[in-house]
Design a binder for this molecule. Structure first.
Ligand SMILES: NC(=O)c1ccc[n+]([C@@H]2O[C@H](COP(=O)([O-])OP(=O)(O)OC[C@H]3O[C@@H](n4cnc5c(N)ncnc54)[C@H](O)[C@@H]3O)[C@@H](O)[C@H]2O)c1
Ligand SMILES: [Zn+2]
Ligand SMILES: [Zn+2]
Length: 430
C-alpha cells in the first residue's frame, strides 16, 4: 500500500494536482470513487471538457449508445486508448440477455478492443502516446502471486468485488466492460477507454495489418487457442467442439493449425456450421437438431473423440453430460458458468477418469505467440467476422448476433477512427 500511495502522490505531482485536489479523493465528476484493496482505481476520472460515444447496458435486451464524459489517466500506470475497432463477444450475450448477475443500468460494455494510445500515466514505460495497441480483456497487474504464475485472469489485485469472493472463495481478475463481480470497469465499446496497468494489458501491434486481423487477439482468438492448449490438441488427437460461434469456429481453426487428426463441430445453427466447413478443410459438422450427437460422433469417430471443447456457455445450457458421457480423455471448457449448472455430472467425471480444465483466458500468456502466427498467415481470425458496422449501430449488432439473424457470426464495431476493412469473411447482407 505504501508503494501505491507513493505512486499516487507522484502522479498527482505529474498531473499538476496535489493535496485535497488529487484525483484519488473522489474527483470522479460526482461519482463514487471505487478503489480495490490494492489501491487500483476501478472507475476513471473524467475529462470535464470532452465527451465520447459509449455502448451501454440498460437492462435485458436493451442496449443504448450514449454520450459520456471521456476517461482520463487516473492511476500512474494507466493509459487512455482511442478505440478504432471493438467487437461483440459471446460473453456479452450473457449480459445482453440479463443472464449474468451484477450489471448496473448505464454500464459501458465491451472487452474486445484495439486502438491508439492517447495518454499515458507517469509510470508507463513500455506504451507511449501514438502506439497502436490491442487490449487483453482481463485486467492483470503483472506482478502479484497469480500473475507470477501466468494466471493473469486470476490476478489478485484488480477486482474489488466481495460477491466474487463469496461465489468462488477468491477474487478473479477485473475485466473490462463486464458485470460488477468482475470489477465494474468501463468497457471498450466506446470512443475511448482507460486501461489500468497499461504496460501489461496492452500489446503493441505492427502497422502493416488491418484492424480485423488483430482485434480478436484481445479475446476470442486467444480464447480459442487457450481451449486447444487446455485440451493439449495436437497430432494424433481427435477433437469435438460444442458451439459454432466465433469461439468454437476459431477453436476448430486452431485445432487444425495444431495438427489434430479429426475435428468435429457441433451446433444447431446450420449457417454457422456451413460457414465453418467452408473455411476449415476436412471439418466434420453435426447439427444436433437433425441428428443425435452421440450417434453422429460414433459414426464419424467410433469410440469417441480424445478431446472435447465446450464453447457454448451457460445461457444456452441444457446439460454438460452429453460431453462427459463419451469416454476417458480431456474436456477443455471455455464456456462461462456461474455457480452450479444443471446438476453437473461430477460422478461421470471421476469414475471415467476424465480431465476437466476451464478458465477465463490468461490472454497475456499467449498473445505474443499468436500475433506472430497471425503475421505469418498461419492463423486467420478474420474467418469468423461476418459484419462490420459503425459504433452507433451497436443495438442492432447485439440483436442480430444474439438472434443468429442475417448470417451473423461476429460483429466488429468501428468508431470512425479506423479505415474500413476491405475484405470480410462473407460480406454482410443489407
Ligand atoms: N473462457 C474465456 O475466457 C472466454 C472468452 C470468450 C468467450 N467465452 C465464452 O465462450 C462461449 C462461446 O463464445 P462465442 O463468442 O462463440 O459465443 P456464441 O454465443 O456466438 O456461440 C455459442 C454457440 O453455441 C451454440 N449452442 C447452443 N447450445 C448448444 C449445444 N447444446 N450444443 C452445441 N452448441 C450449442 C449456439 O447456437 C452458438 O452458435 C461463450 O460462453 C462465451 O462467454 C469464454
Ligand atoms: Zn469475451
Ligand atoms: Zn496480478
Amino acid at each position: 500500500m505504501e508503494a501505491v500511495h507513493k505512486a499516487m502522490e507522484k502522479l498527482a505531482t505529474a498531473v499538476g494536482g496535489g493535496g485535497d485536489k488529487t484525483q484519488y479523493t473522489g474527483g470522479n465528476l460526482g461519482g463514487k470513487k471505487i478503489v480495490t484493496s490494492h489501491g487500483v482505481s476501478v472507475n476513471a476520472d473524467k475529462d470535464p471538457d470532452h465527451t465520447m460515444r459509449a455502448v451501454t447496458w440498460q437492462g435485458a435486451k436493451n442496449i443504448a449508445v450514449e454520450e459520456r464524459p471521456r476517461p482520463l489517466v487516473t492511476d500512474p500506470k494507466d493509459a487512455v486508448v482511442r478505440i478504432t475497432s471493438t467487437a461483440i463477444c459471446g460473453s456479452d450475450l450473457h449480459l445482453y440477455l440479463g443472464a449474468a448477475t451484477g450489471m448496473e443500468k448505464g454500464d459501458i460494455l465491451g472487452h474486445e478492443f484495439m486502438g491508439i494510445v492517447e495518454a499515458v500515466g507517469p509510470e508507463c514505460t513500455k506504451v507511449h502516446v501514438g502506439d497502436r495497441v490491442v487490449a487483453s480483456f482481463d485486467i492483470a497487474c503483472g506482478e502479484c502471486r497469480s500473475c507470477s504464475h501466468k494466471a493473469y485472469s486470476s490476478c489478485d489485485v484488480t477486482n474489488p468485488s466481495k460477491d466474487q469472493e463469496m461465489l468462488y472463495g477468491h477474487r478473479t481478475a477485473g475485466l473490462f466492460g463486464y458485470a460488477h463481480i468482475t470489477g465494474g470497469y468501463e468497457g471498450g465499446q466506446a470512443d475511448y477507454v482507460r486501461v489500468p496497468f497499461a504496460d501489461f494489458n496492452l500489446l503493441h501491434l505492427p502497422s502493416d495489418l488491418p484492424d480485423n486481423k488483430l482485434l480478436l487477439l484481445s479475446d476470442i482468438l486467444t480464447t480459442a487457442w487457450f481451449s486447444t492448449d487446455l485440451g493439449e490438441v495436437g497430432p494424433g488427437k481427435t477433437v469435438a467442439i460444442w458451439g459454432a460461434g466465433p469461439g468454437g469456429i476459431l477453436a476448430a481453426h486452431c485445432s487444425q493449425v495444431r495438427g489434430a487428426d479429426k475435428i468435429i463441430l457441433i451446433d444447431n445453427q446450420q449457417y454457422r456450421l456451413d460457414h465453418a466447413a467452408s473455411k476449415i478443410k476436412g471439418l466434420e459438422t453435426i447439427n444436433f437438431d437433425k441428428e443425435k450427437v452421440k450417434t453422429a460422433i460414433e459414426r464419424i469417430l467410433p469410440g469417441g473423440p480424445d478431446v472435447c471443447i465446450e464453447a457454448v456457455g451457460f445461457h444456452y445450457c441444457k446439460s454438460l453430460h452429453h460431453a462427459v458421457m463419451m469416454k476417458g480423455g480431456t474436456i477443455a471448457c471455455i464456456g462461462v458458468y456461474v455457480g452450479r449448472v444443471n446438476g453437473f455430472n461430477i460422478g461421470g467425471l471421476m469414475e471415467k477418469g476424465l480431465t476437466l480444465k476451464a478458465g477465463q483466458t490468461p490472454v497475456q500468456k499467449y498473445w505474443t505467440q499468436l500475433l506472430d502466427m497471425v503475421r505469418s498467415g498461419k492463423l486467420d481470425p478474420t474467418l469468423v467476422i461476418t459484419h462490420e458496422m459503425p459504433l452507433e449501430d451497436a443495438p442492432h449488432a447485439y440483436k442480430i448476433f444474439n438472434d443468429k439473424a442475417d448470417g451473423c457470426i461476429k460483429v466488429v464495431l468501428k468508431t470512425g477512427a479506423a479505415k474500413p476493412e476491405a475484405a470480410l469473411a462473407s460480406p454482410a447482407k443489407a
